[in-house]
Design a protein around this ligand. Structure first.
Ligand SMILES: NC(=O)c1ccc[n+]([C@@H]2O[C@H](COP(=O)([O-])OP(=O)(O)OC[C@H]3O[C@@H](n4cnc5c(N)ncnc54)[C@H](O)[C@@H]3O)[C@@H](O)[C@H]2O)c1
Length: 385
């Protein structure tokens, strides 16, 4: 049989392969159900099958707009329960999440806080806790700590996830995705990046590496100063918008770019979002603005808004996270996700086996897990003679 992309990814998830081999002996999830709400793509298949190797029953669904049919098919072929399929519809997605929670999982693997929020709407006995993958989810769950009162480890807040995935990999995959979507030049173009956190630093650095002139906007003056001292232009927000050929949002906030910004936009500007939720650019509000005379839909989810004064605004993937959208989306590099998902597997193991308790509610990955994962990656790169 010709090997698939799923096989290629599994072969290169070296950390997960080693953990999977160990889990078949230790079975940390024996008798437990893990409910998951995370992007379903080739790399998550490797993670989910690792958890199953540890004895888990899995009840899985994806995130909005990122579910890949091949990943769903591969999981179902392995007998894993996958609820739903690709959707951009929030209500449909909400129903899928509800079905995961209705299975009363013992552990939750969340991405964006969707499942823990659904659990609070229909709580049940027996949930031991779980993990949250991303910044946006942490921001959503922090105010809910008192109600959750369970061990929940935030993978995003591991330094490994910060530099390996958020900075290096999101920067690389956002550039790769931008090129794949648009097939447009980056050299000499004025690219404005909104947000200079871990992801924004990577996006800015990768576009600079692709010979763009990069400007950074951040609401935090300290972060803006950092961008300036890193050699990026960091003018006031409106100036940064009005000079941009390309605008990329990656902040975790909503309504970063709205219809109120239309007067500032240059003709031909391309706008895209790499943040988790499709709320950073108010695409609906922009498309419905009175300035918009016509809308053209190009293949691969590129939308061009023609304004009454003749300017055009191109919107990529309707503001959904561009590095997991469009033609043949690959997402972040296999190695970066292998590191992040090894953290996931070890953190879920710690919650399942009582290695952490409810005092660890929405907190970063314990340092001992970070150290173990870093050592095992480095040991493979630098084997002892
Ligand atoms: N695309 C991916 O593969 C991927 C991977 C990981 C995380 N993410 C998402 O990317 C987003 C950013 O993550 P991060 O880890 O960089 O977060 P972060 O908290 O480290 O940084 C966000 C930055 O955005 C700034 N900011 C907030 N609101 C702003 C606004 N209105 N205008 C300008 N700047 C603003 C903040 O001051 C901060 O510096 C989150 O939604 C996260 O979930 C995406």
């Amino acid at each position: 049989m010709t090997p698939s992309r799923i096989n290629w990814v599994a072969e290169h998830c070296q950390l997960l392969r080693a953990i999977s081999a160990e889990f078949t002996g230790t079975l940390p999830f024996q008798g437990l159900t893990i409910g998951t709400g995370i992007h379903l793509e080739a790399k998550t298949v490797a993670l989910l099958l690792t958890l199953r190797a540890g004895g888990a029953q899995l009840v899985c669904t994806g995130n909005l707009n990122t579910t890949q049919p091949e990943a769903v098919a591969a999981l179902r072929a392995e007998g894993v329960t996958v609820i739903g399929g690709p959707t951009k519809d929030r209500q449909v997605h909400g129903r899928y999440l509800g079905q995961v929670i209705a299975a009363r999982p013992d552990l939750i693997l969340d991405n964006g806080g969707d499942l823990f929020a659904a659990y609070l709407e229909a709580p049940y006995d027996g949930l031991r806790g779980g993990t949250e993958e991303t910044t946006s989810g942490r921001m959503r769950l922090e105010p809910l700590r008192d109600r959750l009162n369970l061990p929940i480890l935030v993978i995003n807040d591991s330094p490994i996830k910060q530099f390996a995935e958020n900075e290096h990999a999101v920067g690389q995959s956002t550039l790769e995705s931008y090129l794949r979507f648009t097939n447009r030049v980056t050299n000499g173009e004025q690219v404005t990046v909104f947000g200079y956190g871990a992801c924004g630093r990577g996006v800015a650095a990768h576009f600079r590496g692709a010979r763009a002139r990069v400007t950074v906007v951040d609401v935090d003056p300290v972060t803006r100063l950092r961008a300036h001292l890193d050699g990026f232009s960091a003018p006031p927000r409106d100036e940064a918008i009005s000079k941009a050929d390309v605008i990329i949002t990656v902040t975790g906030a909503r309504d970063v770019l709205t219809a109120a910004d239309l007067p500032l936009l240059r003709d031909g500007v391309i706008v895209a979002n790499a943040g988790h939720f499709p709320l950073e650019i108010d695409v609906e509000g922009i498309a419905a603005a009175p300035e918009v005379a016509d809308v053209r839909e190009y293949p691969d989810d590129i939308m061009t808004l023609e304004l009454r004064d003749g300017r055009r605004v191109h919107v990529i993937s309707r503001g959904h996270m561009l590095n997991l959208a469009g033609p043949r989306p690959l997402g972040n590099s296999i190695e970066s996700m292998d590191l992040g998902f090894a953290l996931q597997a070890r953190c879920l193991e710690a919650v399942a086996t009582g290695g952490v308790d409810a005092s660890s509610c929405v907190v970063p990955v314990p340092a001992w897990i970070d150290a173990a994962i870093a050592s095992s990656y480095l040991d493979r790169k630098y084997p002892r003679a």
